[in-house]
Design a protein around this ligand. Structure first.
Ligand SMILES: [Fe+2]
Length: 192
């Protein structure tokens, strides 16, 4: 695939997701309709560039923004995860769809046990662990909490689609052992 064709593949995907979001603001319906598109672009991976695998060693993963809507309503990014690394439990405060591209990523889904009444405090329990491999999908509603780790020996890669630009919204990170809820750290992001 040439660079022009690769850009076209991503641009077409963006247009398709944009059309879905324009038709409904029901998060569950958006997710249902984005999932097949995400699977389709994951199984025709000629648009994936080597640079998408670049990781920030402090952060443990690397983010390449592929598309960000000017009004912050849509964010599409490739995220690479270093072997043995991951990210702490967090929410997204918007809908999200993640499709695996390369390698297996363990997604741990957490359930909140407390009522959220105490500021900065959260009790979480593991709900389940899902391994997301190439072409496999996991989806999130705004308050869903997950953590991710790459148990493999190679850097993994996945495509993430969110209903808002995460850098512009207040969302949370959690420390389940210390029972702490705090503002999610700003991620290091690269532009495609
Ligand atoms: Fe996430």
């Amino acid at each position: 695939m040439t660079i022009a064709e690769a850009e076209y593949a991503v641009a077409t995907f963006v247009d398709d997701v944009r059309a879905i979001v324009a038709e409904t603001d029901d998060d569950k319906k958006i997710i249902q309709r984005v999932i097949p598109l995400a699977k389709r672009i994951a199984t025709s991976p000629g648009w994936i560039r080597e640079a998408f695998y670049d990781c920030d060693s402090d952060q443990g993963f690397g983010i390449t923004v592929l598309h960000e809507e000017a009004d912050h309503t849509l964010l599409i990014e490739a995220i690479a995860w270093l072997p043995g690394r991951g990210v702490a439990p967090h929410d997204h405060q918007t809908w999200g769809v993640v499709v695996g591209l390369d390698g297996d990523e363990v997604n741990v889904n957490w359930l909140r046990q407390d009522d959220g009444a105490k500021t900065g405090y959260a009790e979480l329990a593991v709900h389940n662990e899902v391994s997301v491999g190439p072409g496999e999908v996991i989806a999130f509603l705004p308050d869903d909490i997950h953590s991710v780790r790459n148990d493999g020996e190679k850097t993994s890669l996945s495509l993430h689609i969110y209903g808002k630009t995460l850098a512009y919204i207040d969302r949370s990170e959690f420390d389940p052992d210390a029972k702490i809820q705090r503002p999610c750290p700003k991620r290091v992001r690269n532009r495609a």
